[in-house]
Design a protein around this ligand. Structure first.
Ligand code: CA2
Length: 143
């Protein structure tokens, strides 16, 4: 395995600063540090990125697909809107685990549909930062 790519979408840079009742108190840097420690213990390189721009995420998914690197993707609200991300995953044959901090199915109905899920290898939602750790365990064990 060359590296594991963890890609984060719009507004996730605000984690830990706003809406702690929904998203918890951990910042995105805290989540990166948790994952970095696990990856270092396994001798695996972690690529951890966040962007508020859809095109960045498209390019990063293509990059991971070309490198045959597994992806953990929290696309934020783009989950519910982006055919471009669906096409990027399908087109690049990236192996993607979709993650969410919150249980999107227990929230507003517009969060119940995901354009990512049909292209994803699996989906983990509702466990806060542990959603990312569970995805990492799945990669270590299954891929
Ligand atoms: O639960 C998740 O991880 C989400 O992907 C988070 C997205 C939301 O649109 C999805 O439906 C579910 C929102 C990310 C924005 O995070 C914020 C954090 C703090 C303050 C405001 C937004």
């Amino acid at each position: 395995m060359t590296a594991i790519h963890v890609l984060n979408g719009p507004n996730l840079n605000l984690l830990g600063k706003r809406e702690p009742a929904i998203y918890g108190s951990a910042s995105l840097d805290d989540i990166r540090d948790l994952l970095q420690a696990r990856c270092a213990a396994r001798g695996v390189t972690l690529v951890f990125r966040q962007s508020n721009h859809e095109g960045d995420l498209v390019s990063w998914i293509q990059e991971a697909g070309q490198a045959k690197a597994p992806v953990i993707l929290n696309a934020g609200a783009l989950t519910h809107t982006s055919i471009a991300l669906y096409d990027a995953i399908k087109g690049s044959e990236a192996s993607v685990i979709e993650v969410h901090l919150s249980n999107v199915h227990a929230r507003e109905s517009f969060r119940h549909h995901s354009y990512i899920s049909p292209a994803a290898r699996g989906v983990i939602a509702g466990f806060g930062p542990t959603s990312y750790l569970l995805a990492l365990d799945a990669i270590f064990e299954k891929l």
